[in-house]
Design a binder for this molecule. Structure first.
Ligand code: DQA
Length: 151
């Protein structure tokens, strides 16, 4: 049976393509979703790809994923640096959490250096642009393979 992967995107990522293209590139969120869907098919994953500009909505989606999702890939965008609420919600998940950023926040302004997501993330992919989402899916696949080899 296919594994279920939830891919969450935080505020302002709906405007990718036109938003600060010098930092985030010209790929739209729809392009990223389509690329993820294609790659997920090869990996035999069912993906649920979502974006919200609202912290509470992201928290609700994470809560709804408890016990139902096999992995969460999250680009929490600006909430990465501010949201204890998203961290607390992610802490309730038993599945792996992978943090993704298009840019590398650690090399940008100081206020982007701290990540709340980092406390729970099994792995973080930054600075790879849209390709980072594909790498995150591959990372999840490889970690499932390793678990099944052990068992
Ligand atoms: C981001 C980096 C964050 O610092 C920023 O607030 C974003 C996008 C990234 O993907 O590079 O909105 O998460």
């Amino acid at each position: 049976m296919n594994k279920n992967i939830l891919i969450l995107n935080g505020p302002n990522l709906n405007l990718l393509g036109t938003r600060e293209p010098d930092i985030y590139g010209s790929t739209t969120l729809e392009d990223i979703e389509n690329n993820c869907r294609q790659h997920a098919k090869k990996l035999e994953f069912d993906i649920d790809f979502r974006q919200s500009n609202h912290e509470g909505e992201l928290v609700t989606w994470i809560q709804q994923a408890i016990g139902k999702t096999d992995a969460v890939i999250i680009n929490a965008a600006a909430y990465t640096h501010t949201s204890v609420a998203i961290l607390d919600a992610l802490k309730m998940l038993e599945c792996p959490v992978i943090e993704v950023h298009l840019s590398d926040p650690k090399t940008r302004e100081e206020f982007r250096h701290h990540s709340y997501i980092e406390y729970v993330a099994k792995h973080c992919i930054s600075g790879q642009g849209a390709q980072g989402y594909i790498e995150a899916l591959t990372f999840v696949k490889n970690s499932f393979k390793q678990v099944s080899e052990i068992n």
